[in-house]
Design a binder for this molecule. Structure first.
Ligand code: ATP
Ligand code: MG
Length: 581
């Protein structure tokens, strides 16, 4: 570890000093007192907590958002400026007759208008639904129609290419606001800059009930058709608490969440949580590029960095020590979410940056981080950590009528959460039955399998759908994939179960090799032998197939169901979120 890193870390006292006592003393009622609330007890509004209350106090001139353009130049927006811009946007919506509960969608990259629209929409009481900018026309249409979009904020290029041809099929879409034109294209297709120019800069946020809907997020579609999870303003309490204890924000911090706001991580943590804490939130308009990312971390002196296993694995693959070229000494914490974080990656963090990468677990449905590794808590590489204070997590087994909580350590079962936490989704849009099925005996059933060790650490096993049943064993793909990644030639791996008449399912691995490694039979045998030694013959893969890349969702999750469908010659299912490589 560099001396400067030791100094940095010594200077900061973690917000969560001791896990057990913080957990046992915690109450959401007490926590809610840290939020400001709308003036005159008019409720809780996410945008007020994130922007207005800061703009009205001493951090008015602190940078709230920093937009890094594709050419690496950047532009800052202070909390004061953001208040005005978002108020103007809220006035634009009000002027267009948009009322509480109606849905405003966005389809654009990571540009300031994206951030302004989210917060402005929340101010005016409408519900925001971000779409990922590289979606093709069909996934866009499905989501706009299912979500009954009233307004879409987008760019001219996106409009011309994708939206214009489908306009007639979207009769409920009243307005399209174009971010980069100065002329109105029709009565319905309007110039956002023109509207903003004339909009009044002050907006009085109407009373907002904590249960008022705020955000609609579609899931990643890893296991099937994406579902629309609806969240309410009260979710900001989870965003606040996780910002404090997990991201461990401190005044003056510079934070970078690499997720796109088209996904829940990019909104909950790429917008709301850092702003609620009054820190500086940077975002990069460009896609992943290893050297660009390292140089952004250096140039913008990022303190807390929230990213995903796919990105970390891509950095690891390079076999490059960033410290030789970049000064990353201000980096205090790196966190990861979205997929299991292999122990290899945790340890790579330790070796490369001087501290382990902190994995945390949550879902679109939970709206915020639920299980986490905290900077002050000892990390067990490969574990997702322990529940957030305020969250009761357990391992359960579904019975015919309800759920049985498994109390003994290390039993495998469904990862469940005690229902009723602030950021819990309130429904799946138009799928009330499906929503209800997620709850039993007061527990929310996540659909992921995990185990809890004797000290209360949670370990991810796999999605219930991905579990492999082989020779009487239940094998979680994560365990096998992590083992394979421990082989020196392996960069990435995905494991599926392939039906087999003798053993039920056979463990098959798709393996991406590190650059320079040769994909031949000798390598296959070597990898199988390596896995057999570590996992035993029952769990180790029996078949290996080399691949140049693994199919992933645009939010970076391995699409095992697609590998399986292809392997078995079955229909490929919904591919709206597939990343095109
Ligand atoms: P869909 O529900 O449409 O199939 P999805 O579940 O991938 O898609 P998200 O809500 O974006 O959609 O992802 C949440 C899921 O991602 C979790 O249920 C879990 O399977 C996985 N996940 C997230 N974080 C972690 C983590 N730290 N470790 C292991 N798995 C994780
Ligand atoms: Mg899911």
């Amino acid at each position: 570890m560099k001396t400067s890193q030791i100094f940095q870390q010594a200077k900061i006292q973690n917000n969560l000093l001791e896990y057990e006592s913080t957990f046992s003393d915690f109450s959401w009622e007490r926590e809610a007192k840290f939020l400001h609330g709308l003036p005159d007890h008019q409720g809780i509004n996410i945008a007020y907590e994130a922007v207005d209350r800061h703009a009205d106090n001493q951090i008015r001139n602190t940078v709230a958002l920093r937009w890094i353009r594709k050419d690496r130049s950047f532009e800052d927006f202070t909390y004061g400026q953001l208040k005005i811009l978002t108020s103007k946007f809220a006035n634009v919506l009000a002027h267009l007759g948009i009322v509480k509960g109606e849905r405003v969608f966005s389809l654009m990259g990571r540009i300031p208008e994206m951030y302004i629209s989210v917060l402005g929409t929340l101010k005016c009481g409408a519900v925001f639904c971000p779409l990922f900018s590289v979606f093709g026309p069909e996934p866009i249409f499905q989501r706009l129609s299912k979500g009954e979009a009233r307004v879409l904020v987008t760019t001219l290029a996106q409009f011309e290419k994708k939206i214009k041809p489908m306009l007639e099929r979207l009769p409920e879409l009243k307005y399209i606001l174009i971010t980069d034109t100065d002329i109105n294209l029709s009565e319905k297709v309007l110039s956002l800059p023109l509207l903003i120019k004339t909009a009044f800069p002050i907006f009085h946020i109407p009373p907002t009930d904590p249960e008022d809907p705020a955000l609609l997020h579609f899931t990643s579609g890893t296991t099937g058709m994406p579902k629309g999870a609806l969240h309410v303003h009260k979710a900001v309490l989870t965003h606040y608490t996780t910002g404090k204890y997990v991201l461990d924000f401190h005044p003056g911090d510079v934070f970078w969440c690499t997720a796109d706001p088209g996904w829940v991580t990019g909104t909950s943590y790429g917008i709301i949580s850092p702003l609620v804490h009054g820190v500086t939130n940077i975002f990069d308009e460009e896609e992943f590029d290893a050297m660009r990312w390292y140089s952004i971390l250096e140039e913008h002196t990022v303190n807390v960095w929230y990213t995903a296993p796919t990105a970390l694995r891509r950095l690891m693959r390079l076999d490059f020590n960033p410290n030789e070229k970049y000064d990353l000494s201000h980096l205090r914490q790196i966190l990861s979410v979205g997929e299991p974080l292999n122990p290899e990656a945790v340890l790579w963090g330790e070796k490369t940056f001087g501290f382990p990468i902190l994995d945390n677990w949550w879902q679109t449905e939970t709206g915020g981080i639920m299980i986490a590794n905290y900077p002050s808590m000892k990390v067990r590489p490969g574990s997702m950590g322990k529940p957030l204070p305020g969250i009761e997590a357990a391992i359960g087994q579904l019975t015919e009528t309800g759920i049985q909580i498994l109390e003994k350590a290390n039993q495998q079962g469904q990862l469940v959460l005690k229902a009723g936490f602030p950021s819990q989704f309130r429904t799946y849009l138009h799928e009330e039955e499906r929503f209800k099925k997620c709850f039993r005996d007061g527990w929310y059933i996540s659909g992921d399998l995990a185990r809890k060790d004797a000290d209360g650490y949670f370990w991810f096993i796999g999605r219930a759908d991905d579990i492999i049943k082989t020779s009487g064993h239940m094998v979680g793909p994560f365990e096998v994939e992590s083992c394979l990644m421990g082989h020196p030639a392996v960069a990435e791996a995905a494991v599926i179960g392939k039906p087999d008449p003798l053993i039920g399912e056979l463990v098959k691995a798709f393996v991406v090799l590190k650059s320079g490694q040769i994909p031949n039979d000798a390598m296959k045998l070597d990898i199988i032998a390596f896995a057999r030694k570590k996992l035993g013959p029952a769990v180790a893969p029996k078949e290996i197939q080399f691949a140049d890349n693994l199919p992933k969702t645009r939010s970076g999750k391995i699409l095992r169901r697609l590998l399986k469908a292809k392997e078995l010659g079955l229909p490929e299912g919904d591919l709206s979120t597939l990343e095109q490589s």
